[in-house]
Design a binder for this molecule. Sequence first.
Ligand code: GMT
Length: 376
Amino acid sequence: MKIAIVCYPTYGGSGVVATELGHALSILGHEIHFITYKQPVRLDTLNKNIFFHEVFVPEYDLFHYQPYELALSSRIVDVVKAYKIDVLHVHYAIPHAYAAYMAKMMLKDEGVSLPIVTTLHGTDITLVGSHPFYKTAVTFSINNSDFVTSVSKSLKNDTESLFDINKPIQVIPNFIDVNKHAHLERPCHRESVADNKEKIIIHISNFRPLKRVKDVVKIFEIVQKEIPSKLLMVGEGPERIKAQRYVKKNNLSEKVLFLGKSNEVNELLCYSDIFLLPSEKESFGLVALESMLHKVPVISTNTGGLSEVNIDGISGYLSSIGDVKQMANNTIKALSNDKLYEKLQKGAFEQAISFDISNIIPKYEEVYKKALESSI
Ligand code: GMT
């Protein structure tokens, strides 16, 4: 099949999922065309079945906002015609599903049929999409996609309660490529960040307000009083400065390392002992899954789809949003009992491998097949 994929090319989970999906489909022999404004960060290996089409938005002074949707929909039309694309799969509804619909209409005018599959990822629904300024267009774009998928049951429920949706939403969970990570074995180079007696606690995110990064530091503040440890803060975003101020004010600077954005996530997770994810919203929590594959138990909130990924008492622990004390106690509990820790490590790994890509790809292939059949 010839499949075009529209996604955000950045470090966000939706871009990672789209890229890994495209890559896996290309290995199965499908021809994959990424259409986005930059080469996706995880698209490090191009092969004969993977094409990348950049979307250019020429700057024009008259425009206060440059019309990305317009450029994207034109590019979709051009790529679909040039490469005879069978299906268009858009990740993250805003503005991709909207641009996809426009492209579909333009193509229809020329007698070309283009089925659209839209995958909802989280903030496109729970935060941005449901804002009154966007809601009408997002509802329209979802209802006019040929197939709609969501990455968790929780996100499906949120979408159905926040929008007036007349399309069935199929849950296809996010995934991880177990084989790709199979060679990652402990011990890694942990001496580069901590000494022998110290545990390594890690948080990776885009440091947006909904990640509650100050909670991460507050949890660590309690933990380090009981357990010699270091906190690695990986990522970049608007809340970093606040977290850094808190660290300085509370004399934690020697124990908390702000590492910025990293392409070394596997190496970092490889030597980490606990992953902290105290998010306010999380439709799935792909980073928790990546962490679990490295046998790193996850201490998280129970928001959104997190409880579908991190199983309380098995792969880590779940707490209510803002319950810093309980999340700290759970971290201490896990790190101070070797037997329990090993059990959690095993549980985390087993849970992670149940999300192996080989179980998920056939579900997307089935959706593409149905989308194609429905358009003939
Ligand atoms: O977490 C973010 O803010 C990035 C965002 C994205 O669109 O890339 O992540 C969302 O999609 C990921 C992949 O499906 C999910 O794992 C994240 O849970 C989800 N984020 C939120 O719902 C906040």
